[in-house]
Design a protein. Structure first.
Length: 484
């Protein structure tokens, strides 16, 4: 009852004064981390004490986010469900940098953490913030660039790009040029198209000709940039590289553009057989393989064709020594610290794990093995009759728990992970012990001492739809009881 009274009081505040002075004080004390709640079909925000910070008043849950900034629209959920299904992720906004794009009557603006209007909701569209800047577009198709303080830095663009290396491509009239983040024109509008800068160069098009320019707008006599010192060059359909200062080059002999990784590049002269060269252009692996993968820790996946024309994969080192014979349907090298491993699959598409020398750690008996880069944990999925079960294997050499849940979060947060068992979500600790019994229809990982959970939720292509939502603490007690 106390919560309902609080909601009524806040909703009677003036249109843009979304929070009282008392609530503003509470916001300061919890460092600006807010959590969405739904009351009466409206989305608002609470702090980690369960206190309302922004009155529930928005109708649609988000459209992706940049830098903790999430879109909310005023359209009804039913009106937008088709749009969401095809084009958007369903997100309940959570932000920590103090700015929230909102939409009122179909027009977009921005409020800050205190509910003050930063940019009035009078624009037709918004790009969301990227590198501290956002574009908004008015009803006439003119776009303006704003910073996170609400300062308008530039107005009048017909189209725009994102900031890269301190420059932003803009279209004024029919031509493209570049501006700086303060709105100053750096390279005048003169191009038919303009891409973002990368390593000091940007690809542009003018009068039907495509070329590269440097940051001063001068044409650069090279092709695609490899680094600040080297550029790719092409001649008669073949690729090589050369140094910008002309002191070094690899002749254009190769069928594909050169991409160096760990000082080596996969090459082919005829597009059929592949080998490896180093940065001096010397062959370290002869062009004898039907395909090659990316090198990791001086190991390279290689493939040869079998009698039926399919590819079988193995692994070699930089000396062309075979570490793993070509007998696997797939082979992917992963790294954990200074150690590397190989995830392989057999002819039955069952997955296993090898160490960096090719010795077996896990037999090929899992329908899937997946990892998070540098996380040190593999998600192993096995099948028992018609059911599939998930476990987690640590690359340090032991099971956190063998496959026994229907699904499990790859990320441990605040010592807990969500798990799915018998179509209900609960939480386990790092060794697989159940801490909060599976009873929820949806759950997300803990953040700042709370986890969002739902009842009556529909799993729509991996995103939650409908239902009632609340927040629990580490013991499973309610911080905010479910509302809809």
């Amino acid at each position: 009852m106390r919560t309902l009274i609080t909601i009524v009081v806040f909703c009677l505040l003036p249109k843009y004064d979304l929070m009282s002075q008392e609530i503003k004080g509470n916001v300061q004390s919890h460092k600006g981390i807010l959590y969405p709640v739904i009351v009466g079909g409206k989305v608002g925000f609470i702090n980690n004490q369960g206190q309302i910070v922004i009155c529930p008043q928005f109708d649609l849950y988000g459209k992706g986010h940049f830098e903790g900034i999430t879109h909310i629209s005023s359209k009804s959920f039913k009106e937008t469900v088709d749009e969401i299904a095809w084009d958007e992720e369903i997100l309940f906004p959570r932000f920590h940098k103090g700015i929230l794009p909102i939409s009122k009557n179909g027009l977009t603006g921005f409020i800050n953490l205190w509910g003050d209007i930063i940019i009035p909701p009078v624009y037709m569209a918004s790009s969301g913030f990227h590198n501290g800047f956002a574009w908004v577009t008015d009803e006439y198709g003119k776009s303006a660039l704003f910073d996170m303080h609400g300062n308008c830095l530039f107005f009048g663009a017909q189209d725009y790009g994102l900031m890269s290396e301190g420059l932003i491509a803009v279209k004024i009239g029919e031509d493209w040029g570049y501006i700086t983040p303060d709105g100053s024109i750096k390279i005048p509008t003169m191009f038919d198209s303009a891409d973002a800068f990368c390593n000091g160069l940007a690809k542009v098009k003018k009068d039907g000709r495509t070329f590269y320019i440097d940051r001063s707008g001068k044409e650069f006599a090279g092709k695609m940039t490899l680094s600040n010192q080297f550029v790719l060059n092409q001649q008669d359909g073949k690729w090589g590289i050369r140094a910008v200062d002309e002191t070094f080059s690899i002749k254009p002999l190769y069928h594909f553009p050169l991409v160096f990784r760990e000082g080596v590049a996969r090459v082919s002269e005829d597009g059929k057989k592949f080998g490896v060269i180093d940065v001096r252009g010397e062959n370290i692996v002869p062009m004898q393989y039907d395909d090659l993968g990316e090198s990791v820790a001086e190991r390279i996946p290689f493939a040869v064709r079998n009698e039926s024309g399919g590819l079988l994969w193995g692994c070699i080192n930089f000396h062309n020594e075979v570490l793993v014979p070509a007998k696997h349907n797939s082979l992917r090298i992963i790294r954990y610290g200074q150690t590397c491993f190989m995830i392989v699959s057999d002819v039955n598409n069952m997955y296993g794990l090898l160490d960096g020398r090719g010795s077996t750690i896990l037999e090929c008996r899992y329908i899937s093995l997946s990892s998070i880069e540098n996380d040190g944990v593999l998600k192993a999925i096995s099948r028992d009759r018609n059911d599939r079960y998930v476990g987690l294997y640590s690359l340090s050499g032991h099971w956190l728990f063998t496959p026994k849940f229907y699904d499990v979060s790859m990320v441990e947060s605040e010592g807990l992970r969500w798990v799915l068992l018998h179509n209900k979500f609960g939480f386990i600790d790092s060794t697989g012990n159940v801490i909060i019994e599976p009873k929820f229809d949806w759950a997300e990982n803990f953040s700042n001492g709370m986890a969002r959970v739902g009842f009556g939720v529909i799993n729509f292509a991996g995103s939650p739809l409908g239902g009632t939502w609340g927040y629990i603490d580490h013991s499973g007690k309610w911080v905010w009881e479910p509302t809809n």
